[in-house]
Design a protein around this ligand. Sequence first.
Ligand code: NCD
Length: 305
Amino acid sequence: MRSLIDITDLSLAELDSLIATAQDIIAHPEKYAEACHGKKLATLFYEPSTRTRLSFESAMLELGGSVIGFSDAGNSSAAKGESVADTVRTVECFADIVAMRHFKEGAPLVASTFAHIPVINAGDGGHNHPTQTLADLLTIQREKGRLDTLTIGCCGDLKFGRTVHSLISAMSRYENIRFVLISPEELRIPENVRSEILDRRHIPYEETTDLEGAMPKLDILYMTRVQRERFFNEADYLRLKDSYILTPEKLKTAKSDLIVMHPLPRVNEISTAVDSDPRACYFKQVLNGKYIRMALILMLLEVTV
Ligand code: NCD
């Protein structure tokens, strides 16, 4: 029985296989329509979500399975003080697989050590978000035709942004990848990502505060929201929230085949005027997220089609 807690829980061969399955689902959705008939997914969301939860739910429904769960832990027994360990041992009596989002780093890992069914980390605090990374990998593969030989700019809140931590971890495993890490001083990439991923794997990277200076080098620009809910005080958030706002003007020096990504939700960091630029890929990421989560559910439930 497998869980997905960290993106490195999957080998490169397994990432390739998930991407291949997702592409087969896109080409032949009817083949998969009953693949999870009789199976249930539980979505346990202790933090707000639109895309991730609905994407998991649609993924399971499009595989012919069904869905239970909660989207507001305030209405669950968590509000009475129940532990994640007890909640997951309860939920496994009803479901075959769990997707859990939690405000505490490590909560899905704890759940997976108690559960006898697969647990998927759907985002844990400011730590990791492996299934967003799966959506990102499928998007990069579809849009760029490769996962190697890319200069990736990550811009915004690199400190608290869990999607960036998982993306760096995944992309560092491919050949000839370099990163340009663009953030305000206060929101630089955490030390553990720097030492345990970038330095350990000898990945070339630079850190800068200058988005416009970095723009011409980039093959991918991955924008992120300043993570208000992880700040200790509102004044710091207000000071930093509009550090980077991508506009059509700033894209003028970008490569013609750049792709602009964002895990969403967007607040101010990409002007809506960018949406009609063919390089904007953020809504494609949303759709790709559903297909790759379908592939992931099949893999973890060991369903063959
Ligand atoms: C991200 C998250 O929850 O970390 N959203 C998502 O799942 N697509 C990004 C964010 O909230 O900024």
